[in-house]
Design a protein around this ligand. Structure first.
Ligand code: GTR
Length: 404
């Protein structure tokens, strides 16, 4: 049901008064002073809060999973790369879900680091490579991207290549792994299909109150892709990347799976990197209204009641510490509250500091197109909600120093 929502606020002077919950004070009031205490006394309670109240718990383990390389070319993209397409099969309660990983590894670089990121419309949309398999899964229609009847076709090959500078990654010695997120869980308010449905008891039609929404299912899918990548001996480490709703999923994947050696949140906004309590642009009420399937059912009690939340999104970022984390915003992406993303990175940094790592200090400012690259990095790009070459140039430079 769509509830009427207060108008979105874009005025800094109208932000409610709030305090940012201190990552280093436990729910019972204990002050955390070192990384050991953080891990033993604080990290878990924050994690459990996000798991039960925000993204939702994964209900059970899979019964089985399998990988099969279904296509391989050691001389792809004009000889620059090895291309593999891997079919992953997930089984639970006698039901199966399949998804494909598209993987490019740079030729001439043994043991390469890889960026893993979901794409929005199918693996074949990230490149003009004619050999990439076209997804059969449900797809959101888009006139611009040439997708109609909820099905991808040859017409949409390469339509999102602008967001994936694969040549640049390969030239720098990085690989790319990508998966169409709709193969894990179609992005619609319908729990009858996708990953959730594998786990249902008889007669169950949707996850239980504290169980996973779509973001947690997408994060789970990233971990299953990681199961394969982790065992590929040509890969040294995997940095998980995501834009917007898929940035939210990348952050939750980073928080739940320590095998990701780095995490990149590109314009992830509300329910991602941005502080919720500012209620700037998209709010919890609005996101739960427009996308009732993204979060756990239990998150709905915070709709338009952000002040009652005992945590905020900077604490999601602290769950990734001390691993490298890059939060990126775009100045015109007001819906995602770029300033709220910056503040979140600042307030998460004290946990990085417990480990002797640097983040964004409270005296740093977010100048446009002046990245601050530390273990916890941040940039405010000029322009709109998007993934651009500028963003990738920064991620690659940062990964060279912090996550190789
Ligand atoms: C918007 C949504 C945002 C963001 C975005 C996207 O409609 O309100 O939270 O996720 O979609 O994924 O592009």
């Amino acid at each position: 049901m769509l509830l009427a929502q207060p108008e979105a606020n874009y005025d800094e002077t109208k932000i409610p008064k709030f305090s940012v919950p201190d990552p280093l004070t436990s729910f019972s009031g204990l002050t955390i002073t070192d990384s050991l205490q953080w891990e033993e006394k604080r990290k878990l309670e924050i994690f459990q809060f996000f798991e039960k109240q925000i993204y939702g718990k994964v209900p059970a383990l899979l019964d089985e999973y399998s990988f099969k390389v279904i296509e391989q070319d050691n001389n792809a993209l004009g000889g620059k790369a090895q291309r593999k397409q891997i079919a992953v099969g997930l089984k639970k309660n006698g039901r199966t879900l399949n998804f494909n990983i598209l993987l490019y590894l740079p030729n001439g670089h043994e043991n390469a680091p890889v960026f893993l990121g979901y794409n929005f419309h199918g693996n074949h949309t990230v490149t003009n490579d004619p050999n990439v398999i076209i997804t059969e899964a449900w797809n959101a229609n888009s006139t611009d991207l040439k997708i109609s009847n909820n099905k991808a076709t040859e017409a949409s090959r390469g339509v999102r290549a602008n967001r994936w500078p694969i040549d640049k990654m390969l030239d720098k010695g990085y690989g790319l792994a990508t998966v169409y997120y709709g193969e894990i869980d179609p992005d619609k308010n319908d729990f009858s299909d996708g990953l959730h449905s594998l786990f249902y008891d008889e007669e169950q039609t949707k996850p239980k109150t504290n169980e996973w929404g779509s973001i947690a299912a997408w994060a789970f899918g990233l971990s299953r892709a990681m199961d394969y990548l982790d065992n590929d001996t040509n890969i040294s480490n995997v940095i998980v990347f995501g834009h917007s709703r898929l940035g939210k999923a990348a952050l939750w994947a980073g928080a739940t799976d320590p095998r990701f050696t780095g995490v990149i949140s590109n314009n992830s906004g509300c329910g991602g990197a941005a502080l919720s309590k500012r209620k700037f642009g998209e709010t919890i009420g609005r996101i739960n209204n427009s996308f009732p399937h993204w979060f756990s059912e239990s998150f709905k009690k915070y709709s338009n009641r952000e002040e009652t939340l005992p945590v905020d999104q900077h604490q999601l970022l602290t769950l990734i510490a001390p691993r490298p984390l890059y939060v990126a915003s775009a100045i015109e992406d007001e819906w995602a509250d770029p300033k709220g993303e910056f503040l979140s990175a600042q307030h998460a940094s004290k946990v990085y500091e417990l480990y002797g790592k640097k983040g964004i200090s409270l005296t740093d400012v977010h100048e446009v197109d002046r990245p601050i690259q530390q273990t916890l990095a941040y940039h405010m790009r000029s322009g709109k909600h998007d993934v651009t070459d500028y963003d990738w140039d920064q991620y690659i430079t940062w990964a060279e120093t912090f996550s190789r």
